[in-house]
Write a protein of this length. Structure first.
Length: 385
């Protein structure tokens, strides 16, 4: 990221190859996403064509092995994609959910036949992925899911409903968290993939949220949905274990987004306060604002160093679940605190949707909820004390 705040301290975790990839993806973002994102917010969805363009240029699923259509790159390339979308607050473009949350389940646990059928299409943006965990009234308690999958010969029959599902309207493949043994609690949870167009699988309304307006977040319904047993992702009744193995990467992604978004909004606020006159001087000239911005720069910079260490550890396969939870907890709580302060420095204009800080402030609020709430992160950390 070529900015004064970021260039002051080289980031050892990323190489020149990562930065060359960043330059390419940044051009794509500035050309294909930034000019249209406000329109997508009004429409409530990002067009599938954008996904196809990203896939054609190699910006989806960078860590996917080449044999399945990816680049076989390390997670640093995925981090760059997250950072560049966060830099411009392109909160509706859920490439990271598709590439680094859904695809890893398929790669790690699906049958070879299903990998070859689905993964190349996902890499090229022809099939968009979603994962259906949350149910009405369930919250973060995955072991309490009520959706069921009953084995019937060579098929499962799925019944149930899901809500708050990101990519819900666009998804061509949904990994459904369901119970194959309803009496066994977490030991009865399985992951089963359902393709778009399967009879009995329907989408509800595109949910109206207070933020993330361009991201299609939907209700999904499953009524006697029959899918082949081969669509099982991993082991039957082993879904909870698979989820726990993959969730740390999701939480790291959320933390990466929070860090970069804070940095971008800090820069924007510094520029705004230096240009905004009030009482014969600029907002920046008031010591109370300069000191608050100085505090923000110090704290955000400190978090960046911690986060890059987490990123390096993850790239080496050493990041623990509690470390990922800590990064998400700190990053999203800090993001909400500082974006609120930055909005205040913008005054009334900060509350206008045409200003980036207002949209970023609203979008950031969900960071303390999705991927496991802040309270759940504290519980994960507390278990290790």
């Amino acid at each position: 990221m070529d900015t004064a705040l970021r260039s002051a301290r080289p980031r050892a975790v990323l190489t020149s190859e990562h930065e060359a990839f960043r330059a390419q993806f940044r051009r794509f973002v500035e050309r294909e996403i930034v000019p249209h994102h406000r329109d997508w917010e009004r429409a409530g969805c990002v067009p599938r064509e954008v996904w196809r363009k990203a896939g054609e240029q190699g910006f989806l699923c960078p860590t996917l092995p080449e044999e399945y259509g990816g680049a076989g790159a390390d997670f640093g390339f995925s981090a760059v994609v997250v950072e560049e979308l966060a830099r411009v607050n392109a909160s509706g473009v859920a490439f990271q959910l598709h590439s680094d949350i859904v695809v890893p389940y398929v790669l790690a646990y699906a049958t070879e036949e299903r990998k070859r059928a689905w993964l190349p299409r996902m890499a090229f943006g022809e099939m968009i992925g979603a994962i259906a965990m949350t149910e009405p009234g369930m919250g973060s308690d995955l072991k309490a899911v009520r959706a069921t999958a009953r084995r019937d010969g060579d098929h499962y029959t799925i019944n149930g409903s899901k809500t708050f599902i990101s990519n819900g309207q666009n998804a061509g493949l949904v990994i459904v968290v369901c119970k194959t043994d309803p009496e066994a609690g977490r030991k009865g949870v399985s992951l089963i993939a359902v393709e778009e167009g399967t009879p009995g699988f329907t989408r509800g309304r595109n949910l109206e949220k207070i933020g993330l307006h361009a991201q299609d977040t939907s209700e999904l319904f499953f009524e006697d949905v029959r899918v082949p047993v081969a669509n099982l992702i991993g082991e039957e009744n082993g879904g909870f274990r698979h989820l726990m193995h993959q969730l740390p990467q999701e939480r790291l992604i959320i933390a990466i987004r929070a860090a970069t978004n804070m940095e971008a909004m800090l820069e924007e606020t510094i520029a705004y306060t230096k240009s905004r006159p009030v009482f014969g001087q600029t907002v920046f000239d008031f010591q109370v604002h300069r000191f608050k911005l100085a505090e923000a720069k110090a704290e955000i910079g400190m978090f960046r160093v911690y986060l890059d260490d987490c990123l390096a550890r993850h790239m080496q396969g050493e990041l623990s679940g509690e470390e990922a939870a800590a990064a998400k907890l700190l990053g999203t709580e800090m993001q909400n605190k500082w974006l609120d302060a930055f909005l205040q420095m913008h005054g009334g204009y900060g509350y206008m949707a045409e200003y980036a800080i207002g949209r970023a402030w609203t979008d950031a609020r969900v960071g303390r909820i999705y991927g496991g709430s802040s309270e759940v992160m504290k519980e994960i950390i507390a278990r290790t004390l």
